[in-house]
Write a protein that binds this ligand. Structure first.
Ligand code: NI
Ligand code: MN
Length: 225
């Protein structure tokens, strides 16, 4: 599986069969992203919640690529009300898609659409592709539920927010890494704006002190896992 980072919480997962899955494609208004939404194709888009920095350019991409947007039911309803394809799930539920399996996980956060409508619970996502398990935590504060995710799943890659203010900061993200016990860690949701400034190298150093691999991707970087 290949994973490409676009800054903030936006990632593209590509499996060995060439299936492309975007997570939280905030690109055109993302000051860190090296690409614009018009340069990106995806069959499926996982939207962890409806905030503009996560739902992002999902509709523009879905319009051009006929993508299906995966999210909690209230978010899926909003997507369909705008004329796009959605796959509704709820936290704790998993489904086998053509590209692999997705299970939505709890996130301590809100969710409302750009028009201000309630959009259900915010989520994270476990994604299994090519025999690997990626856990994108979404926007969330630290919760003990993450320990359960770690106990029940062998997580190869844990993508965790570190920017503080709206999500976990570094100290809490380190506790989350301990709970999830993944093989590798990638920090996200930092340095997009001054209010979420954080030092990914400081975080990475502390993760390495825990005996784990931490990769601080630059926006645009692609990694094979
Ligand atoms: Ni949010
Ligand atoms: Mn956010």
């Amino acid at each position: 599986m290949k994973i490409r980072y676009f800054g903030h919480s936006a990632f593209m997962l590509t499996n060995d069969l060439g299936h492309r899955v975007l997570i939280d494609p905030f690109l055109d208004d993302n000051p860190l992203s090296p690409v614009k939404s018009e340069e990106i194709d995806a069959e499926y888009i996982i939207a962890t919640h409806a905030h503009a920095d996560h739902l992002g350019d999902s509709f523009k991409i879905a319009k051009r690529c006929d993508s299906t947007i995966i999210g909690v039911a209230e978010l899926a309803w909003y997507v369909e009300s705008k004329g796009y394809k959605a796959h509704a799930m709820q936290i704790g539920g998993a489904y086998n898609f053509p590209f692999g399996r997705v299970k939505l996980t709890p996130a301590l956060h809100g969710s409302q659409t750009p028009e201000g409508q309630y959009a259900g619970l915010a989520a994270g996502a476990l994604v299994w592709m090519d025999g690997k398990c990626v856990y994108h935590a979404g926007d969330t504060g630290l919760s003990y539920d993450m320990k359960l995710v770690g106990e029940m799943n062998e997580v190869d890659l844990f993508i965790v927010p570190i920017g503080d203010n709206y999500t976990m900061g570094i100290e809490d993200a380190l506790k989350a890494v301990e709970f999830v016990n993944p093989k590798k860690v990638i920090p996200m949701h930092f340095n997009t704006w001054p209010i979420i400034d954080a030092d990914p190298e400081l975080f990475a150093q502390k993760v390495r002190e825990m005996g784990k691999e931490c990769l601080t991707l630059k926006p645009g970087d692609e990694l094979q896992i």
